[in-house]
Design a protein around this ligand. Structure first.
Ligand code: UDX
Ligand code: UDX
Length: 427
Protein backbone atom coordinates (compact mmCIF):
# COMPACT_ATOMS: atom_id res chain seq x y z
CA UNK A 1 0.00 0.00 0.00
CA UNK A 2 1.24 3.48 -0.82
CA UNK A 3 2.49 5.42 2.20
CA UNK A 4 2.38 9.17 2.88
CA UNK A 5 5.84 10.60 2.42
CA UNK A 6 7.41 14.09 2.50
CA UNK A 7 10.78 14.90 0.93
CA UNK A 8 12.55 18.06 2.07
CA UNK A 9 14.79 19.63 -0.62
CA UNK A 10 14.06 18.96 -4.29
CA UNK A 11 17.61 18.99 -5.68
CA UNK A 12 19.42 16.15 -7.45
CA UNK A 13 18.88 13.74 -4.56
CA UNK A 14 15.52 14.94 -3.20
CA UNK A 15 13.78 15.23 -6.56
CA UNK A 16 15.00 11.80 -7.65
CA UNK A 17 13.97 10.30 -4.30
CA UNK A 18 10.51 11.92 -4.33
CA UNK A 19 9.75 11.11 -7.96
CA UNK A 20 10.95 7.50 -7.63
CA UNK A 21 8.96 6.92 -4.43
CA UNK A 22 5.81 8.18 -6.17
CA UNK A 23 6.64 5.89 -9.10
CA UNK A 24 6.73 3.01 -6.58
CA UNK A 25 3.13 3.87 -5.62
CA UNK A 26 3.60 6.18 -2.63
CA UNK A 27 1.97 9.58 -2.09
CA UNK A 28 4.77 12.15 -2.02
CA UNK A 29 4.95 15.84 -1.16
CA UNK A 30 8.26 17.56 -1.94
CA UNK A 31 8.94 20.59 0.24
CA UNK A 32 11.37 22.95 -1.46
CA UNK A 33 12.51 26.36 -0.22
CA UNK A 34 13.15 27.86 -3.67
CA UNK A 35 9.82 29.28 -5.01
CA UNK A 36 11.01 29.26 -8.64
CA UNK A 37 11.80 25.56 -8.40
CA UNK A 38 8.40 24.80 -6.85
CA UNK A 39 6.70 26.66 -9.68
CA UNK A 40 8.73 24.92 -12.41
CA UNK A 41 8.42 21.44 -10.93
CA UNK A 42 4.66 21.83 -10.38
CA UNK A 43 4.39 22.38 -14.14
CA UNK A 44 6.45 19.23 -14.78
CA UNK A 45 9.51 21.21 -15.85
CA UNK A 46 12.78 19.78 -14.54
CA UNK A 47 15.57 22.24 -13.70
CA UNK A 48 18.30 19.56 -13.96
CA UNK A 49 19.31 17.07 -16.61
CA UNK A 50 18.80 13.51 -15.36
CA UNK A 51 17.76 10.67 -17.70
CA UNK A 52 14.25 9.36 -17.04
CA UNK A 53 13.45 11.90 -14.33
CA UNK A 54 11.10 14.11 -16.39
CA UNK A 55 8.98 11.08 -17.28
CA UNK A 56 8.45 9.92 -13.71
CA UNK A 57 7.82 13.45 -12.44
CA UNK A 58 5.18 13.79 -15.15
CA UNK A 59 3.71 10.41 -14.17
CA UNK A 60 3.63 11.48 -10.50
CA UNK A 61 1.97 14.82 -11.25
CA UNK A 62 -0.69 13.37 -13.52
CA UNK A 63 -1.52 10.53 -11.12
CA UNK A 64 -1.64 13.13 -8.32
CA UNK A 65 0.81 11.05 -6.27
CA UNK A 66 3.51 13.76 -6.44
CA UNK A 67 3.31 17.46 -5.60
CA UNK A 68 5.65 20.31 -4.75
CA UNK A 69 5.17 22.98 -2.11
CA UNK A 70 6.94 25.74 -0.20
CA UNK A 71 4.69 25.14 2.80
CA UNK A 72 6.41 23.01 5.45
CA UNK A 73 3.37 22.68 7.69
CA UNK A 74 1.02 21.51 4.93
CA UNK A 75 3.84 19.39 3.50
CA UNK A 76 4.54 17.28 6.60
CA UNK A 77 1.50 17.35 8.84
CA UNK A 78 -0.10 14.07 7.73
CA UNK A 79 3.15 12.36 6.66
CA UNK A 80 4.44 9.08 8.09
CA UNK A 81 7.91 9.31 6.52
CA UNK A 82 9.97 12.49 6.01
CA UNK A 83 13.16 12.31 3.93
CA UNK A 84 15.73 15.07 4.49
CA UNK A 85 17.64 15.82 1.27
CA UNK A 86 19.03 19.30 1.89
CA UNK A 87 22.64 20.18 1.05
CA UNK A 88 25.54 19.58 3.41
CA UNK A 89 28.20 21.73 1.72
CA UNK A 90 31.86 21.78 2.60
CA UNK A 91 32.78 24.37 5.22
CA UNK A 92 36.00 26.39 4.99
CA UNK A 93 37.84 24.00 7.33
CA UNK A 94 36.82 20.94 5.27
CA UNK A 95 34.07 19.80 7.62
CA UNK A 96 30.48 19.32 6.46
CA UNK A 97 28.19 22.29 7.11
CA UNK A 98 25.07 20.94 8.83
CA UNK A 99 23.24 24.24 9.14
CA UNK A 100 20.64 23.49 6.41
CA UNK A 101 19.94 20.12 7.96
CA UNK A 102 19.62 21.43 11.50
CA UNK A 103 17.46 24.31 10.32
CA UNK A 104 15.20 21.98 8.32
CA UNK A 105 14.78 19.71 11.34
CA UNK A 106 13.96 22.54 13.72
CA UNK A 107 11.48 24.07 11.26
CA UNK A 108 9.64 20.76 10.89
CA UNK A 109 9.53 20.08 14.62
CA UNK A 110 6.11 21.59 15.43
CA UNK A 111 4.33 19.90 12.53
CA UNK A 112 5.48 16.27 12.70
CA UNK A 113 2.98 13.53 13.49
CA UNK A 114 3.74 11.45 16.61
CA UNK A 115 5.32 8.14 15.50
CA UNK A 116 6.55 9.54 12.18
CA UNK A 117 10.03 8.67 10.90
CA UNK A 118 12.54 11.28 9.77
CA UNK A 119 15.03 9.73 7.34
CA UNK A 120 18.23 11.55 6.66
CA UNK A 121 19.54 11.09 3.11
CA UNK A 122 21.90 14.08 3.11
CA UNK A 123 25.51 12.99 3.45
CA UNK A 124 26.50 13.78 7.01
CA UNK A 125 29.42 13.13 9.35
CA UNK A 126 29.26 10.20 11.71
CA UNK A 127 27.01 11.11 14.62
CA UNK A 128 24.72 13.45 12.69
CA UNK A 129 21.62 11.27 12.98
CA UNK A 130 21.76 12.24 16.65
CA UNK A 131 22.35 15.89 15.71
CA UNK A 132 19.11 15.76 13.69
CA UNK A 133 17.30 14.07 16.57
CA UNK A 134 18.53 16.80 18.93
CA UNK A 135 17.45 19.56 16.51
CA UNK A 136 14.02 17.93 16.27
CA UNK A 137 13.76 17.55 20.02
CA UNK A 138 10.80 15.19 19.64
CA UNK A 139 11.05 11.93 21.57
CA UNK A 140 7.90 10.70 19.79
CA UNK A 141 9.54 10.93 16.35
CA UNK A 142 12.14 8.43 15.07
CA UNK A 143 15.28 9.47 13.20
CA UNK A 144 17.20 7.10 10.92
CA UNK A 145 20.00 7.34 8.37
CA UNK A 146 19.51 6.09 4.81
CA UNK A 147 22.48 7.25 2.72
CA UNK A 148 22.05 7.79 -1.00
CA UNK A 149 24.35 6.17 -3.55
CA UNK A 150 22.89 7.91 -6.60
CA UNK A 151 25.27 8.71 -9.44
CA UNK A 152 24.34 11.79 -11.42
CA UNK A 153 23.42 10.73 -14.93
CA UNK A 154 21.95 7.43 -13.72
CA UNK A 155 20.26 8.52 -10.49
CA UNK A 156 16.79 7.21 -11.42
CA UNK A 157 18.15 3.78 -12.37
CA UNK A 158 20.35 3.72 -9.25
CA UNK A 159 17.31 4.49 -7.06
CA UNK A 160 15.00 1.94 -8.66
CA UNK A 161 17.63 -0.81 -9.03
CA UNK A 162 20.19 -0.13 -6.30
CA UNK A 163 23.16 -2.37 -5.55
CA UNK A 164 22.50 -2.00 -1.83
CA UNK A 165 20.14 -0.31 0.60
CA UNK A 166 21.65 0.79 3.90
CA UNK A 167 19.48 1.82 6.82
CA UNK A 168 21.01 3.06 10.04
CA UNK A 169 18.55 2.85 12.92
CA UNK A 170 18.64 2.13 16.63
CA UNK A 171 15.24 0.41 16.43
CA UNK A 172 14.84 -2.60 14.12
CA UNK A 173 11.04 -2.13 13.75
CA UNK A 174 11.59 1.42 12.53
CA UNK A 175 14.25 0.17 10.07
CA UNK A 176 11.78 -2.46 8.79
CA UNK A 177 9.16 0.24 8.18
CA UNK A 178 11.65 2.28 6.15
CA UNK A 179 12.82 -0.80 4.24
CA UNK A 180 9.15 -1.54 3.48
CA UNK A 181 8.98 1.62 1.35
CA UNK A 182 11.27 -0.02 -1.14
CA UNK A 183 9.51 -3.37 -1.42
CA UNK A 184 9.97 -3.70 -5.15
CA UNK A 185 13.72 -3.49 -4.78
CA UNK A 186 15.66 -6.72 -4.88
CA UNK A 187 18.91 -5.25 -3.57
CA UNK A 188 20.71 -6.52 -0.47
CA UNK A 189 19.48 -4.66 2.60
CA UNK A 190 21.87 -3.80 5.41
CA UNK A 191 20.33 -2.61 8.64
CA UNK A 192 22.93 -1.24 10.99
CA UNK A 193 23.44 1.42 13.63
CA UNK A 194 23.28 5.06 12.39
CA UNK A 195 27.03 5.63 12.85
CA UNK A 196 27.94 2.68 10.60
CA UNK A 197 25.44 3.78 7.93
CA UNK A 198 26.93 7.26 7.91
CA UNK A 199 30.47 5.89 7.74
CA UNK A 200 29.56 3.52 4.87
CA UNK A 201 28.63 6.52 2.73
CA UNK A 202 31.85 8.45 3.37
CA UNK A 203 34.04 5.36 3.21
CA UNK A 204 32.53 4.44 -0.17
CA UNK A 205 33.00 7.82 -1.81
CA UNK A 206 36.50 8.31 -0.40
CA UNK A 207 37.40 4.83 -1.67
CA UNK A 208 36.15 5.70 -5.16
CA UNK A 209 38.30 8.85 -5.05
CA UNK A 210 41.25 6.74 -3.91
CA UNK A 211 40.75 4.29 -6.76
CA UNK A 212 40.75 7.08 -9.36
CA UNK A 213 43.81 8.81 -7.85
CA UNK A 214 45.57 5.43 -7.89
CA UNK A 215 44.62 5.00 -11.56
CA UNK A 216 45.87 8.50 -12.38
CA UNK A 217 49.20 7.71 -10.68
CA UNK A 218 49.54 4.43 -12.59
CA UNK A 219 48.67 6.34 -15.77
CA UNK A 220 51.53 8.80 -15.10
CA UNK A 221 53.84 5.83 -14.65
CA UNK A 222 52.51 4.19 -17.82
CA UNK A 223 53.42 7.31 -19.80
CA UNK A 224 56.93 7.31 -18.35
CA UNK A 225 57.64 3.64 -19.07
CA UNK A 226 55.85 3.45 -22.42
CA UNK A 227 52.93 1.26 -21.25
CA UNK A 228 49.32 1.65 -22.35
CA UNK A 229 46.91 2.51 -19.51
CA UNK A 230 43.85 1.25 -21.45
CA UNK A 231 45.38 -2.23 -21.46
CA UNK A 232 46.60 -1.89 -17.88
CA UNK A 233 43.01 -1.12 -16.77
CA UNK A 234 41.68 -4.12 -18.69
CA UNK A 235 44.38 -6.36 -17.23
CA UNK A 236 43.85 -5.17 -13.66
CA UNK A 237 40.06 -5.25 -13.99
CA UNK A 238 40.02 -8.92 -14.97
CA UNK A 239 40.93 -9.68 -11.36
CA UNK A 240 37.50 -9.75 -9.71
CA UNK A 241 39.07 -8.56 -6.46
CA UNK A 242 39.98 -5.30 -8.23
CA UNK A 243 37.33 -4.76 -10.92
CA UNK A 244 37.76 -2.33 -13.81
CA UNK A 245 35.28 0.37 -12.78
CA UNK A 246 36.60 3.64 -11.38
CA UNK A 247 40.06 2.94 -12.79
CA UNK A 248 39.56 5.24 -15.77
CA UNK A 249 42.31 7.88 -15.84
CA UNK A 250 41.19 11.43 -16.47
CA UNK A 251 41.74 15.08 -15.59
CA UNK A 252 41.11 14.32 -11.89
CA UNK A 253 37.92 13.54 -9.99
CA UNK A 254 35.28 16.08 -9.00
CA UNK A 255 31.53 16.65 -8.69
CA UNK A 256 29.31 17.58 -5.81
CA UNK A 257 30.16 14.51 -3.72
CA UNK A 258 33.65 13.00 -4.02
CA UNK A 259 35.65 16.15 -3.09
CA UNK A 260 33.37 17.19 -0.24
CA UNK A 261 32.94 13.69 1.18
CA UNK A 262 36.68 12.93 1.06
CA UNK A 263 37.47 16.14 2.84
CA UNK A 264 34.71 15.60 5.43
CA UNK A 265 36.03 12.10 6.18
CA UNK A 266 39.52 13.50 6.71
CA UNK A 267 38.04 16.11 9.02
CA UNK A 268 36.12 13.45 10.98
CA UNK A 269 39.30 11.36 11.32
CA UNK A 270 41.22 14.37 12.56
CA UNK A 271 38.52 15.24 15.07
CA UNK A 272 38.81 11.80 16.69
CA UNK A 273 42.61 11.90 16.70
CA UNK A 274 43.27 9.61 13.71
CA UNK A 275 45.57 10.87 10.99
CA UNK A 276 44.12 9.58 7.71
CA UNK A 277 47.29 10.49 5.80
CA UNK A 278 46.40 8.20 2.91
CA UNK A 279 43.51 10.49 2.01
CA UNK A 280 45.81 13.54 2.15
CA UNK A 281 47.80 11.89 -0.64
CA UNK A 282 44.66 10.98 -2.59
CA UNK A 283 43.67 14.66 -2.65
CA UNK A 284 47.26 15.77 -3.44
CA UNK A 285 47.40 13.37 -6.40
CA UNK A 286 44.12 14.83 -7.63
CA UNK A 287 45.36 18.43 -7.46
CA UNK A 288 48.58 17.35 -9.17
CA UNK A 289 46.48 15.78 -11.92
CA UNK A 290 44.87 19.16 -12.71
CA UNK A 291 48.41 20.59 -12.94
CA UNK A 292 49.56 17.71 -15.16
CA UNK A 293 46.84 18.57 -17.69
CA UNK A 294 48.18 22.15 -17.80
CA UNK A 295 51.73 20.81 -18.31
CA UNK A 296 50.52 18.61 -21.15
CA UNK A 297 48.89 21.66 -22.75
CA UNK A 298 52.19 23.53 -22.49
CA UNK A 299 53.94 20.51 -24.03
CA UNK A 300 51.68 20.35 -27.10
CA UNK A 301 52.01 24.12 -27.54
CA UNK A 302 55.75 23.87 -27.02
CA UNK A 303 56.02 26.79 -24.63
CA UNK A 304 54.14 29.38 -22.62
CA UNK A 305 50.34 29.62 -22.57
CA UNK A 306 50.45 33.41 -22.30
CA UNK A 307 48.09 34.89 -24.89
CA UNK A 308 47.13 31.46 -26.28
CA UNK A 309 43.52 30.57 -27.06
CA UNK A 310 42.61 27.12 -25.78
CA UNK A 311 39.51 25.32 -27.02
CA UNK A 312 37.99 23.14 -24.30
CA UNK A 313 35.53 20.34 -25.03
CA UNK A 314 33.57 19.42 -21.92
CA UNK A 315 32.77 21.59 -18.90
CA UNK A 316 30.59 19.35 -16.70
CA UNK A 317 32.26 17.19 -14.05
CA UNK A 318 31.55 14.04 -16.07
CA UNK A 319 29.45 13.08 -19.09
CA UNK A 320 25.71 12.49 -18.74
CA UNK A 321 25.01 15.46 -16.46
CA UNK A 322 24.68 19.25 -16.68
CA UNK A 323 26.30 19.66 -13.26
CA UNK A 324 29.28 22.02 -13.10
CA UNK A 325 29.81 21.82 -9.33
CA UNK A 326 33.47 21.04 -8.49
CA UNK A 327 34.09 20.15 -12.11
CA UNK A 328 37.69 19.04 -12.85
CA UNK A 329 37.24 20.85 -16.16
CA UNK A 330 36.76 24.17 -14.36
CA UNK A 331 39.77 23.42 -12.11
CA UNK A 332 41.95 22.87 -15.18
CA UNK A 333 40.49 25.95 -16.89
CA UNK A 334 41.26 28.21 -13.93
CA UNK A 335 44.88 26.95 -13.98
CA UNK A 336 45.15 27.54 -17.75
CA UNK A 337 43.78 31.06 -17.29
CA UNK A 338 46.24 31.72 -14.47
CA UNK A 339 48.98 31.00 -17.04
CA UNK A 340 47.55 33.67 -19.36
CA UNK A 341 45.45 31.47 -21.68
CA UNK A 342 42.11 32.56 -23.09
CA UNK A 343 39.43 29.85 -22.91
CA UNK A 344 36.65 29.02 -25.32
CA UNK A 345 34.52 26.12 -24.14
CA UNK A 346 31.89 23.84 -25.60
CA UNK A 347 29.69 21.38 -23.72
CA UNK A 348 26.53 19.70 -25.05
CA UNK A 349 24.75 20.38 -21.75
CA UNK A 350 25.91 23.97 -21.22
CA UNK A 351 24.05 26.64 -23.14
CA UNK A 352 24.83 30.24 -22.34
CA UNK A 353 26.92 31.57 -19.50
CA UNK A 354 26.51 31.57 -15.73
CA UNK A 355 28.55 33.04 -12.84
CA UNK A 356 30.53 29.79 -12.42
CA UNK A 357 31.65 30.11 -16.07
CA UNK A 358 32.80 33.72 -15.79
CA UNK A 359 35.73 34.48 -18.10
CA UNK A 360 35.00 31.52 -20.39
CA UNK A 361 33.60 32.17 -23.85
CA UNK A 362 30.91 29.58 -24.60
CA UNK A 363 30.81 28.25 -28.17
CA UNK A 364 27.61 26.98 -29.78
CA UNK A 365 29.22 23.91 -31.31
CA UNK A 366 32.46 21.94 -30.95
CA UNK A 367 33.87 23.14 -34.29
CA UNK A 368 33.29 26.87 -33.63
CA UNK A 369 34.91 26.25 -30.26
CA UNK A 370 38.12 25.41 -32.13
CA UNK A 371 38.17 28.37 -34.55
CA UNK A 372 41.70 29.83 -34.56
CA UNK A 373 42.48 28.18 -31.20
CA UNK A 374 46.09 27.25 -30.49
CA UNK A 375 45.21 23.87 -28.96
CA UNK A 376 42.22 21.70 -28.09
CA UNK A 377 41.86 20.16 -24.62
CA UNK A 378 39.18 17.48 -24.06
CA UNK A 379 38.05 17.44 -20.41
CA UNK A 380 34.71 15.58 -20.28
CA UNK A 381 34.07 12.18 -21.87
CA UNK A 382 30.94 13.06 -23.91
CA UNK A 383 30.54 10.18 -26.41
CA UNK A 384 29.78 12.61 -29.26
CA UNK A 385 33.38 13.89 -29.11
CA UNK A 386 34.65 10.59 -30.48
CA UNK A 387 32.50 10.83 -33.62
CA UNK A 388 33.25 14.42 -34.70
CA UNK A 389 34.82 15.23 -38.06
CA UNK A 390 38.56 15.51 -37.35
CA UNK A 391 39.24 17.08 -40.75
CA UNK A 392 36.97 19.98 -39.79
CA UNK A 393 38.70 20.23 -36.41
CA UNK A 394 42.09 20.51 -38.17
CA UNK A 395 40.74 23.26 -40.41
CA UNK A 396 39.37 25.26 -37.49
CA UNK A 397 42.41 25.11 -35.19
CA UNK A 398 45.27 27.49 -35.87
CA UNK A 399 47.57 24.52 -35.35
CA UNK A 400 46.64 20.84 -34.81
CA UNK A 401 47.45 20.22 -31.15
CA UNK A 402 45.32 18.24 -28.73
CA UNK A 403 45.33 17.05 -25.13
CA UNK A 404 42.73 14.33 -24.63
CA UNK A 405 42.35 13.83 -20.87
CA UNK A 406 39.58 11.23 -21.27
CA UNK A 407 41.20 9.22 -24.08
CA UNK A 408 38.02 9.50 -26.16
CA UNK A 409 39.63 10.57 -29.43
CA UNK A 410 41.27 8.22 -31.93
CA UNK A 411 44.97 9.02 -31.52
CA UNK A 412 45.98 7.16 -34.70
CA UNK A 413 43.48 9.18 -36.77
CA UNK A 414 44.68 12.38 -35.07
CA UNK A 415 48.35 11.70 -35.72
CA UNK A 416 47.57 10.79 -39.32
CA UNK A 417 46.21 14.32 -39.67
CA UNK A 418 49.37 15.84 -38.21
CA UNK A 419 48.15 16.46 -34.66
CA UNK A 420 50.61 16.87 -31.80
CA UNK A 421 48.79 14.58 -29.34
CA UNK A 422 48.88 13.88 -25.61
CA UNK A 423 46.46 11.49 -23.88
CA UNK A 424 46.54 10.19 -20.30
CA UNK A 425 48.51 7.03 -19.58
CA UNK A 426 49.51 6.46 -23.20
CA UNK A 427 52.09 7.72 -25.64
C1 UDX B 1 22.39 16.13 -1.85
C2 UDX B 1 22.63 15.95 -0.36
O1 UDX B 1 21.79 16.71 0.36
C3 UDX B 1 24.05 16.07 -0.01
O2 UDX B 1 24.28 15.94 1.34
C4 UDX B 1 24.67 14.91 -0.71
O3 UDX B 1 25.97 14.74 -0.36
C5 UDX B 1 24.54 15.14 -2.19
O4 UDX B 1 23.24 15.22 -2.52
P1 UDX B 1 21.93 17.68 -3.82
O5 UDX B 1 20.59 17.06 -3.97
O6 UDX B 1 22.96 17.39 -4.85
O7 UDX B 1 22.53 17.34 -2.37
O8 UDX B 1 21.82 19.23 -3.59
P2 UDX B 1 21.05 20.31 -4.43
O9 UDX B 1 20.84 19.86 -5.83
O10 UDX B 1 21.72 21.59 -4.12
O11 UDX B 1 19.59 20.31 -3.77
C6 UDX B 1 19.24 20.74 -2.52
C7 UDX B 1 17.84 21.33 -2.59
O12 UDX B 1 17.38 21.62 -1.28
C8 UDX B 1 17.77 22.65 -3.38
O13 UDX B 1 16.74 22.58 -4.31
C9 UDX B 1 17.50 23.70 -2.31
O14 UDX B 1 16.77 24.81 -2.80
C10 UDX B 1 16.73 22.88 -1.29
N1 UDX B 1 16.76 23.38 0.08
C11 UDX B 1 17.93 23.76 0.65
C12 UDX B 1 15.59 23.37 0.82
O15 UDX B 1 14.52 23.02 0.31
N2 UDX B 1 15.63 23.76 2.13
C13 UDX B 1 16.78 24.18 2.72
O16 UDX B 1 16.78 24.52 3.89
C14 UDX B 1 17.98 24.16 1.96
C1 UDX C 1 29.19 9.84 -6.59
C2 UDX C 1 29.08 8.36 -6.21
O1 UDX C 1 29.64 7.55 -7.27
C3 UDX C 1 27.62 7.96 -5.96
O2 UDX C 1 27.55 6.62 -5.49
C4 UDX C 1 26.94 8.90 -4.94
O3 UDX C 1 27.40 8.65 -3.64
C5 UDX C 1 27.18 10.35 -5.32
O4 UDX C 1 28.57 10.62 -5.57
P1 UDX C 1 28.73 11.29 -8.77
O5 UDX C 1 29.08 12.49 -7.95
O6 UDX C 1 27.52 11.33 -9.64
O7 UDX C 1 28.52 10.01 -7.83
O8 UDX C 1 30.01 10.99 -9.67
P2 UDX C 1 30.90 9.72 -10.01
O9 UDX C 1 30.29 8.93 -11.09
O10 UDX C 1 31.29 9.01 -8.76
O11 UDX C 1 32.21 10.46 -10.62
C6 UDX C 1 32.98 11.32 -9.79
C7 UDX C 1 34.17 11.86 -10.55
O12 UDX C 1 35.12 10.83 -10.81
C8 UDX C 1 33.85 12.50 -11.91
O13 UDX C 1 34.61 13.69 -12.06
C9 UDX C 1 34.30 11.43 -12.90
O14 UDX C 1 34.65 11.94 -14.18
C10 UDX C 1 35.51 10.85 -12.18
N1 UDX C 1 35.86 9.47 -12.60
C11 UDX C 1 34.98 8.45 -12.37
C12 UDX C 1 37.10 9.20 -13.19
O15 UDX C 1 37.91 10.13 -13.40
N2 UDX C 1 37.41 7.91 -13.50
C13 UDX C 1 36.56 6.87 -13.28
O16 UDX C 1 36.93 5.71 -13.59
C14 UDX C 1 35.30 7.15 -12.70
Amino acid sequence: MGRKIAVVGAGYVGLTTGACLSHLGHDVTCIESNPDKVELLSQGRIPISEPGLAEIVEEGLSSNRLRFTLDREAGVKDREFIFLCVPTPQDEDGSADLSYLVQAASELKPYLQPGSIVINKSTVPVGSTHVVADALGRSDVHVVSNPEFLREGSAVADFLKPERVVIGADDSDVAARVAGLQLRRSAPLLVTDPESAELIKYASNAFLATKISYANSIAALAEAVGADMDDVVIGMGLDSRIGSSFLQPGPGWGGSCLPKDTSALMYTAQSVGYSFSMLDEVVKVNNAQFDRVVEKTEQVIGGSLEGMTIAVWGLTFKAGTDDLRESPSLEVISRLRAKGAKIRGYDPEVKGSSPILEGIEIAVDPYKCCTDADALVVLTEWPEFSTLDLDRVVQELSSPRVVDTRNVLDRVALRRRGFVYRGIGRV
